[in-house]
Design a protein around this ligand. Sequence first.
Ligand SMILES: Cc1cc2nc3c(=O)[nH]c(=O)nc-3n(C[C@H](O)[C@H](O)[C@H](O)COP(=O)(O)OP(=O)(O)OC[C@H]3O[C@@H](n4cnc5c(N)ncnc54)[C@H](O)[C@@H]3O)c2cc1C
Length: 388
Amino acid sequence: MFKNFIRTSMKLELNDQQKMIQKMVREFAEKEIAPIAAELDEKAEYPTKTLQKMAKLGLLGIIIPTEYGGAGLDTISYAIAIEEISRKCASTGVVSSVHNSLTAWPIIKYGTDDQKKKYLPILAKGEKIGAFAGTEPNAGSDLGAMQTTAVLKGNKYIINGDKTFITSGPEAGIIIVFAVTDKEAGAKGISAFIVESDFKGYKVGSIFEKLGINASKTSELIFEEMEVPKENLLGKEGDGFKIALSTLDGGRIGIACQAVGIAQAALDESIEYSKQRQQFGKPIAKFQAIQWMIAEMATRIEASRFLTLNAAYKKDIGERYGKEAAMAKLFASETAMECVIKGVQIHGGYGYTKEYTIERLFRDAKITEIYEGTSEVQKMVIAGSLLR
Ligand SMILES: Cc1cc2nc3c(=O)[nH]c(=O)nc-3n(C[C@H](O)[C@H](O)[C@H](O)COP(=O)(O)OP(=O)(O)OC[C@H]3O[C@@H](n4cnc5c(N)ncnc54)[C@H](O)[C@@H]3O)c2cc1C
């Protein structure tokens, strides 16, 4: 009955292809991502080489249809891949999530045939990395308050404005940019554009120093009389806000997966450490206080993973999934925070030092409660859906 995600009575199980993807990405992440994650974090170095290797495995075009050079896989496969990548490096996890779900997906969903033919193969091959430029200095949770403008002049839109906090900002080659085309129409006056970083008037602004996900590079983007060909309008004029919200619904599945990956890593590290660390003549794993923390972490992680896969499954079968994606992101991000706090506690003083991976996980987890809609915004989405 269910094509992608086999459910028999109360059992939830991945199908054979999804299990194969999980095994492949897990092995790749252990071999190629884990050994360099701490160094990339310390140097705030973008994972360029890893992304090239991921492109060869099809991981930069997971959801892109095969006719455009992608792997043509379902959202569940995408979710599994982002979790496994984030388990070893949350920075690489968010870069690939933004590339797939915030850049490729809106082109797949709203692009013209020409736009798909032009941009999707480039994204699938990883020739250019994708970004999503919605947030502005005065428009974060309230994205509809954006001030960047786009004015049609002849066969080009002229875009002026500043975007901020853009993941992959300094590295991206293809960026989905949102701007106001009709000031009087409020949110219905916002339009979406496919922008290339070599368009005239495109500039990368300041790069932020951050608490965590240091290798993901977050920057301002500045548009000064930027010239965008008319044919790069995504959807119709005025569709931009709808495109942004529906794209973020899917993006939240990716961030929920990132959070599950971070939480799982915190559990992995805590189990290993608690079996090795001896106090009072025995491994600390023998103490009930430690066992309870491990049990609570594992339980929340399992629940987060099911919520996340459920949202992905709903997306795959064409049902509404905005509420489920918001629930998954809310719960998984809070779980990630809870697990890293407990993880550092289990590691004691050592967990507070850069000698142990749990310190990086502690710093990386917080952002999952903030971007692609804060936890407060997720609650607004969930309540809005229930009280409609
Ligand atoms: C590392 C990083 C990467 C990012 N990547 C991207 C990206 O690639 N593309 C992009 O477009 N953006 C990106 N963002 C921006 C991110 O999505 C925003 O930071 C986020 O949506 C919150 O907006 P804000 O920071 O302006 O906070 P604000 O909207 O100013 O919120 C401040 C506080 O007020 C609360 N709040 C606001 N409104 C309400 C309300 N109505 N009810 C209750 N509480 C409310 C918020 O929950 C929060 O706690 C990124 C941010 C960071 C830090």
